[in-house]
Design a protein around this ligand. Structure first.
Ligand code: SF4
Length: 264
């Protein structure tokens, strides 16, 4: 059964709010890469990767070892996690303001993972992080570093768009923390780059300002973390003069990663 058939079959008989939740759920699954749903539950043992996403298996507890080193197994577990997040109702305000959850994009075992704050309007519509104006600037930063967007993993602290693009509350970031930790356990980046104060503070569990956190390395569960300004902060009308400091941060990161530094 495809998603449209699933939606029309269910929406005939359900109240508007429930229909909205089903629509959000299906949109989030599509954005996370799930393109079809089985018409009836399948036995776990015979489920394929996509089918596995409809099982309601619990998220393993934080700190529980990832069940396998295998990339396919972890990819499958990541889809299960995306499916769980797609139906998450923990933050009452965000459940209403989001069009869908925005999980994350990129390969497993990347050299680098960028962690931002939360989806904005464009990301909320497309179901992918960093695809609006700030995302285009991030793409240019990645290219300036000699990498491609497809090589890196990109996600956010919060998987749902806050109303009016406000900063997620401490409570909302805390609600989503379990998801982020599991996502990073499964993706296994070698390095993390936290974009902006919200991402840096929530990732590192600190209240220090981004001006003090940037420019040096921190640690998240054994993964080196570099913090820098959020690309949205660098856009015209805000603080484009801070691009120089971001580039200094990126050069520091490239050096630690053992990659060539363009222009040097
Ligand atoms: S932000 Fe995270 S915890 Fe809150 S509703 Fe969305 S997915 Fe759930």
């Amino acid at each position: 059964m495809n998603e449209n058939e699933a939606m029309s079959e269910q929406s005939d008989a359900m109240p508007a709010d429930a229909a909205r939740q089903v629509r959000q759920h299906l949109d989030s699954l599509r954005a996370a890469g799930v393109m079809w749903l089985p018409s009836q539950p399948l036995a776990v043992e015979s489920a394929t990767v996509a089918e596995t996403t409809v099982q309601s298996s619990p998220i393993p507890a934080i700190g529980e070892p990832v069940s396998s080193n295998g990339v396919e197994k972890r990819r499958s577990e990541l889809l299960v996690l995306a499916e769980r997040i797609a139906s998450c109702q923990r933050c009452t305000e965000l459940v209403v303001s989001r069009s869908r959850t925005v999980f994350g994009v990129g390969p497993l075992d990347p050299e680098l993972c960028f962690v931002g704050e939360a989806p904005g309007a464009t990301e909320d519509q497309r179901g992918e992080p960093f695809v609006g104006e700030a995302g285009q600037l991030l793409d240019r930063i990645i290219a300036a570093c000699g990498m491609k967007r497809e090589e890196v993993y990109i996600c956010n602290i919060c998987k749902c768009r806050p109303p009016g693009n406000r900063v997620p509350t401490t409570q909302e970031a805390g609600n989503c923390r379990e998801y982020l930790e599991r996502q990073l356990e499964l993706v296994r980046p070698r390095f993390l780059c936290a974009l902006g104060a919200c991402a840096a503070q929530n990732l590192l569990g600190t209240t220090e300002g981004i001006g003090k956190l940037r420019g040096r390395f921190h640690d998240f569960k054994g993964i080196p973390v570099l913090c820098t300004y959020h690309p949205a902060y660098l856009l015209p009308g805000r603080s484009p003069q801070k691009k120089r400091e971001v580039w200094d941060d990126m050069k520091r990161l490239l050096e630690r990663m053992g990659r060539p530094i363009p222009g040097r």
